[in-house]
Design a protein. Structure first.
Length: 299
């Protein structure tokens, strides 16, 4: 089978491990510190690949666009996601929130790339948000959370992180169709560092315990997620197969929930299960029909 056929499924399988890695990393490191190290190593790894392949670097305008997209695709997205998990959002629930990405993309498409939603897609959007509400309801009404803000703030940050990666993906599709992918990826991790380093210096003590688990999480984050997962994401965007990847994202919530159950014993509660089914249905309906373009996307 060709890479075009396998890439979306491989991407989803790799991407789903990110929530488990974030949970492990939170035990051994502060989130922004871990991400700053990860982004720096990822930038160096992609730079080494560029040197080996002797790639041609893009012009100044494209370079700035790549750095700008990295602020959202990696910096704000992973910064918000990892901070939320480190501050109490279960990996399983965060994985369900991740399913909002294609829903948020469908909502943003009319404004950013001129796509019109069909009625069934609008129904899918509404259903997706209902599913999220069902899944997170135990978290919000847990008696242990006497202060509701203790639960609401991390969940809100997690949602903002998904909005960030949605914007970054659409920006990438619209403005970065040209240029060598390893070079673009290198510059995007420079953009991610512009976000993570100030956050690390402002809010953390730069704690990283250097344990075997922490190092293993870091190695997988750099090579499995940053190079493997992100490389496939950029490939899919470039090949115009974002919709195929999005259609497989409905597998992400149950995959992450199962991984979190195995790795951390996070319970597969009834609201979590029902919410997952509702979100999966909503994402399926949203991606069932391709949105009708109002105008041709700039190439």
């Amino acid at each position: 089978m060709s890479l075009d056929r396998l890439a979306p499924a491989i991407f989803v399988l790799l991407w789903s491990t990110g929530w488990v890695v974030a949970k492990y990393a939170a035990i051994h490191s502060e989130p922004f510190t871990f991400l700053a190290i990860r982004f720096a190593l990822s930038a160096l790894a992609f730079l080494a690949l560029c040197l080996v392949l002797r790639v041609q670097w893009p012009g100044r305008a494209v370079m700035w666009k790549a750095i700008y997209s990295g602020l959202f695709l990696h910096g704000f997205y992973l910064g918000g996601l990892w901070w939320a998990i480190a501050n109490g959002v279960p990996a399983g629930i965060s994985g369900i929130i991740a399913a909002l990405q294609p829903l948020l993309t469908a909502m943003a498409a009319p404004l950013l790339i001129g796509e019109r939603l069909q009625p069934v897609q609008k129904a899918g959007l509404a259903l997706g948000f209902v599913g999220i509400a069902i899944a997170i309801s135990p978290k919000l009404f847990d008696p242990a959370n006497a202060n509701l803000a203790h639960a609401l703030v991390p969940l809100a940050i997690n949602l903002l992180a998904m909005a960030s990666v949605t914007y970054g993906t659409l920006y990438q599709k619209k403005h970065l169709q040209a240029g060598n992918l390893p070079a673009i990826a290198t510059l995007q991790y420079v953009g991610a560092l512009i976000v993570s380093v100030p956050l690390m210096l402002s809010f953390e003590r730069m704690h990283f315990d250097g344990s075997a688990t922490a190092v293993a999480a870091l190695v997988w984050s750099v090579f499995g997620l940053s190079m493997g997962g992100v490389g496939l994401l950029l490939y899919l965007i470039r090949r115009g197969q974002v919709s195929r990847a999005a259609s497989l994202i409905y597998l992400m919530p149950p995959t992450v929930a199962l991984e979190a159950f195995i790795a951390f014993g996070e319970p597969l509660t009834l609201p979590l299960t029902i919410g997952t089914i509702v979100v999966v249905t909503g994402v399926y309906l949203t991606n069932r029909q391709a949105a009708a373009p109002l105008r041709e996307q700039a190439q």
